[in-house]
Design a protein around this ligand. Structure first.
Ligand SMILES: Cc1cc2nc3c(=O)[nH]c(=O)nc-3n(C[C@H](O)[C@H](O)[C@H](O)COP(=O)(O)O)c2cc1C
Length: 375
């Protein structure tokens, strides 16, 4: 099944391997650089069906760091189109993940400890900025308090989501994912760990879901019906959290009504002091979330998390809890994994996953090697 093409609405991928979004911290004023072209090119050359661009902020202040991706100006469209044209020419479906870091913005990247930016950083050209969130509650213990968004701010941010989705379409991306996970702005509204509001965006679960659903409805209106819309959710908050799998199923039910096609199950991002345990990092650790979401809502799912072996990926698809195999670190390690997996699973013409004349060149190589062994 791994190598059977899959059609999602009007978009067909050559197989079910999805390069999960991976932040690179190598953007220039939010825009792609040569690094993106080369690193995403590795995955497309290696045979993946769908290649996600990293989490990309819908407005400037929605970035985590100064080096993070953003798609908040029209003049960036040609720069992103260079990425989509390259991916399509190599046989992969280009996909975009749009997000907003909310109170997790204005920070350093993982290489420098993810600390919040300070006045000292400003002297080196890395000025901190005022972050926004559902409530003035820091998303990390040592981060400054964000500005609590009022209804005007909420409307402005939703309008920025819409404009970013329109630019994404114009740049040639064929799949769009809304990042509602990992403790960023949408999850800051969903989880009572951060959301302490008493208006119609806070309190009850349906009120806390309102922002996520308004964003999704607004995006769906401008994202064409024949193009798939994914939504990444944290199935549960991080250790000590308050958002549960039951809440995720309730959210997925509503997202289905908003026109979401695929629920991409992840976890974590916000940490608290309840007795919710850490999700154990076993192979396929997000699959139980996908299984539950699919069983309860009938939606298509994907669930990256230590899926590393071809036989494992095939068995997961056959068992039916996901429709797509999302992978990140294993593909970083081995970008040609799809070709090797196809060979291991006995897929005919596995070399043809490579682009250009790789296949004919590599067939000659195989013949010459066989002859050398026989001599
Ligand atoms: C370097 C790196 C960057 C990541 N950046 C993002 C991101 O931009 N958006 C996102 O939703 N997840 C991000 N993730 C999480 C991955 O998409 C994936 O869900 C996670 O790594 C689990 O899959 P894996 O076990 O195959 O690596 C990132 C992971 C890595 C390793």
């Amino acid at each position: 099944m791994l190598f059977e093409p899959i059609s999602l609405k009007g978009v067909t991928a050559r197989n079910r391997i999805v390069v999960s979004p991976m932040c690179q911290y190598k953007s220039a004023e939010g825009s792609p650089t040569d690094w993106h072209l080369v690193s995403l090119g590795r995955y497309a050359i290696g045979g993946a069906g769908i290649v996600f661009y990293e989490e990309t902020a819908i407005e400037d202040r929605g970035r985590k760091t100064h080096d993070c991706a953003g798609f908040y100006r029209d003049d960036q469209i040609p720069e992103y189109r260079r990425i989509t044209a390259m991916l399509k020419s190599l046989g992969a479906v280009p996909a975009m993940q749009l997000g907003h870091a909310g109170g997790k913005g204005s920070a350093h990247g993982p290489g420098t400890g993810r600390a919040s930016l300070t006045a000292q950083d400003a002297r080196r050209g890395l000025a901190p900025w005022q972050t926004i969130s559902a409530s003035a509650v820091p998303a990390e213990p040592d981060y400054p308090a964000p500005h609590e968004m009022d209804e005007r701010d909420i409307a402005d941010v939703i309008a920025a989501w819409v404009r970013a989705a329109e630019r994404t379409l114009e740049a040639g991306f064929e799949i769009l994912e809304i990042h509602g996970a990992h403790g960023y702005l949408i999850q800051q509204f969903l989880s009572p760990l951060i959301n302490r509001r008493s208006d119609r965006y806070g309190g009850s679960r349906s009120n806390r879901m309102r922002f996520a659903l308004e964003v999704t409805r607004a995006v769906r209106k401008v994202w064409p019906d024949d193009r798939p819309l994914f939504f990444r959710v944290s199935g549960v908050d991080g250790k000590g959290g308050l958002w549960t799998l039951e809440d995720t199923v309730a959210l997925a039910d509503e997202l289905k009504l908003c026109g979401v096609d695929v629920i991409d199950c992840s976890s974590g991002g916000l940490i608290g002091s309840s007795d919710m345990p850490l999700v154990p990092r076993v192979p396929g650790y997000h699959l139980p979330f996908a299984r539950k979401v699919k069983a309860e809502t009938g939606m298509m799912t994907m669930a990256p998390g230590l899926i590393t072996e071809p036989g494992q990926a095939e068995a997961i698809l056959r068992e039916g809890s996901v429709d797509l195999i999302g992978m990140a670190r294993e593909l970083m390690y081995s970008a040609d994994w799809p070709v090797h997996a196809a060979r291991e699973l006995g897929a005919p013409n596995y070399l043809e996953l490579f682009p250009g004349d790789f296949a004919s060149r590599l067939k000659t190589r195989a013949e010459q090697r066989a002859m050398a062994v026989n001599q």
